[in-house]
Ligand binder design. Structure first.
Ligand code: BGC
Length: 346
């Protein structure tokens, strides 16, 4: 295993480092202190050609400009909270509205734009970068001083792990996610139409036109949301059915069945042969097929475009605080929160 770091830019007089992790087979991951963000994931295709497969920039200024959460740690609460309002122990809290009439991804200037403190742990079979952040009591309206760590690990067995840990001194909400956008061709002039996606899920969360879950869990059976067998993302882009739900692709949570301990989701790109298999301790995976891309700084010599990548966001169901059957995202005082998502790189 190898580790090195290089300067990535400065913000408020502070150096932002890019940390590189590499295993002996040449798989690489790079992460930066800004937003505890994954900037690069370098994987071989079936002919052994290595390419970066995550959307990201080679400079800090472009990360600051984009607002699509490229590679970032999202929190305190991933996805929308209806009207930004929630109740804990009979007290009502308001997070600032930043998405229509709702709060999305923890509100403005949240985890994705903070400077995190990195600690590196090197072992013979794995290297980890652990990013720590204190989110103060009242940050974006959320109660409690929250101590958070996001830990990225690359192993000799080609696993990439994301671990979240947190404690709070007041009861609060916590539901982070990793907002990495994948295009396994490694060629960002191409869309992800031909990527095959499998999700072990029998129900998806219906959404309103503004993206907020309605609270209804709908059966995937016989719909474009049935991904229990791998199918191309183009099916969802071109489907004439479920037009009251599809939003030029997916922007939906899928409730995981957990029927296979080794696979919650799997993304495969047949031409390159690259594939990522995901297992998570959360109850859901949100699929966002970059339907709204267009205003972000270019990655190539062409403007960035819809369907250029897919985000597979492992988390608890969005807006869970308003829907008891969506799972629990309340973090109690003295509770040691921990959640892991594993991405096996094939
Ligand atoms: C959300 C989308 C949003 C995107 C970028 C996704 O996680 O579900 O609705 O446009 O993030 O903010």
């Amino acid at each position: 295993m190898k580790y090195w770091r290089q300067e990535f830019g400065t913000i408020d007089g502070q150096t932002i480092w890019q940390h590189w992790l590499e295993n002996s087979q040449g798989y690489q991951m790079a992460v930066i202190d800004y937003g505890a963000t994954i900037t690069n994931l370098v994987l071989p295709d079936q002919a052994g050609q290595f390419k970066n497969v995550v959307i990201g920039y080679d400079n800090l200024a472009d990360y600051i400009k984009q607002d699509a959460y490229f590679g970032a740690t999202v929190g305190r609460v991933a996805g929308r909270i209806a009207q930004g309002t929630f109740k804990l122990d009979d007290q009502t809290y308001h997070a600032p509205i930043n998405n229509g009439v709702n709060t999305n991804h923890g509100g403005p200037n949240s985890f994705e734009s903070q400077i995190w403190q990195a600690t590196v742990t090197e072992k013979s079979d794995a290297i980890s970068v652990s990013f720590a952040l204190t989110s103060p009591d009242g940050a974006n309206g959320f109660p409690g001083n929250l101590q958070v760590t996001t830990t990225y690990t690359l192993t000799e067995t080609n696993d990439w792990l994301v671990d979240y840990a947190a404690t709070t001194d007041k009861k609060t909400l916590f539901n982070p996610t990793c907002h990495v956008y994948l295009n396994l061709t490694g060629d960002f002039d191409q869309t992800v139409d031909n990527h095959q996606l499998l999700i072990n899920s029998d129900y998806y969360g219906e959404i309103q036109p503004d993206g907020l879950p309605t609270g209804r869990l709908a059966l995937v059976e016989n719909t474009a949301f049935d991904l229990n067998h791998a199918r191309p993302l183009a099916d969802a882009f071109n489907s004439q059915a479920e037009q009251n739900q599809l939003v030029n692709g997916y922007d939906h949570p899928f409730l995981l069945t957990k029927k296979n301990a080794n696979v919650d989701a799997q993304l495969t790109e047949p031409t390159s042969g690259r594939s990522i298999t995901i297992t998570t301790e959360g109850n859901a995976i949100v699929i966002y097929t970059a339907n709204g891309f267009g205003s972000e700084p270019n990655l190539t010599n062409q403007p960035i475009k819809p369907h250029e990548a897919v985000a597979i966001e492992a988390q608890m169901m969005p807006d869970a605080i308003h829907h008891p059957d969506f799972g629990n995202i309340v973090l109690d005082v003295d509770q040691a929160y921990h959640r892991q998502t594993k991405y096996h790189l094939n």
